[in-house]
Design a protein around this ligand. Structure first.
Ligand code: SF4
Length: 266
């Protein structure tokens, strides 16, 4: 039984459950990208990072080959990380706008970053069986991060992984499950607010599928939810086992959750 975040992290770092991913990460660490030839790559599974008393949980896909797989910290040392930490800093969740290395002194406030898989996958595509093998770590974090009441999922895989790890995938009927779409916000029966976002990968940011304004709107909304949202209502879950989720469009000017609105994109 993993009874603390420190124990979860130690177990993740030593994990060898996925031979394909472990071999790939070791190969990356050995061969290196020319621009990082002087770096000593981490090359191991990457644990979660942040404030264990956090109310905001950010769930990504997996470490980047030359980002977190190199530095050993979530979203650190790559383009996606530059987007993420700039936004976290802007909205008061990070002590600095840049995340360069795991010993750069950066801290998170009221925020914890996790991922669907902890090893960098070839072509950024973990296989289904690898995601399933890694999910117990996210489940353990959800059990231990007791104050979380708001979750931001980065990309469809992260979105579905969180729903599965939190038990909602199984508990809700398919049409009741919160949909994935940029800015779609849902409230789960226990009061947890879920905001879906496109992943800040180069593929999305370079093509402007995800713009800076769309991205900032996610974290502006997250900050607003934490400041004004109602407390979690676990008793509501016990009273009725049906979702009462509300989907909303997070407008770039930061609107509130709007019940009954269809899925929209920024
Ligand atoms: S992806 Fe997860 S389960 Fe698979 S080896 Fe890495 S840490 Fe272990």
């Amino acid at each position: 039984m993993l009874s603390s975040i420190a124990a979860v992290n130690r177990t993740i770092v030593a994990c060898e459950r996925c031979p394909r991913l472990r071999a790939y990460c070791r190969r990356l660490a050995r061969d290196k990208k020319p621009e990082f030839s002087a770096s000593r790559y981490w090359g191991r599974p990457v644990p979660g990072f942040g404030d264990s008393g956090a109310r905001l949980l950010v769930v990504g896909l997996a470490p980047a080959a030359h980002g977190a797989n190199r530095t050993g910290r979530m979203f650190t040392g790559d383009s996606s990380g530059r987007w993420l930490y700039e936004a976290l800093y802007r909205y008061g969740f990070a002590s600095a706008p840049e995340s360069v290395s795991r010993d750069d002194g950066l801290t998170l406030r009221d925020c914890y970053i996790s991922a669907a898989a902890r090893c960098a996958p070839p072509a950024n595509r973990p296989r289904r069986d690898e995601l399933e093998r890694c999910r117990p770590y996210l489940e353990a974090e959800l059990r231990l991060l007791r104050r979380v009441r708001l979750v931001v999922t980065l990309g469809r895989i992260a979105h579905e992984s969180w729903l599965k790890a939190a038990g909602w995938w199984e508990r809700l009927r398919p049409r009741e499950r919160p949909k994935f779409g940029h800015g779609v916000t849902a409230r789960l029966p226990d009061g947890t607010v879920l905001i879906a976002s496109y992943h800040p990968s180069r593929q999305n940011t370079n093509t402007r599928r995800l713009t800076r304004a769309m991205w900032h709107a996610i974290f502006r909304r997250a900050r607003a939810v934490l400041e004004e949202g109602p407390p979690r209502d676990r008793s509501g879950l016990r009273r009725h086992d049906r979702v009462v989720h509300r989907q909303a469009h997070v407008r770039s000017h930061g609107s509130s959750v709007e019940p009954g609105r269809p899925e929209q994109r920024l």
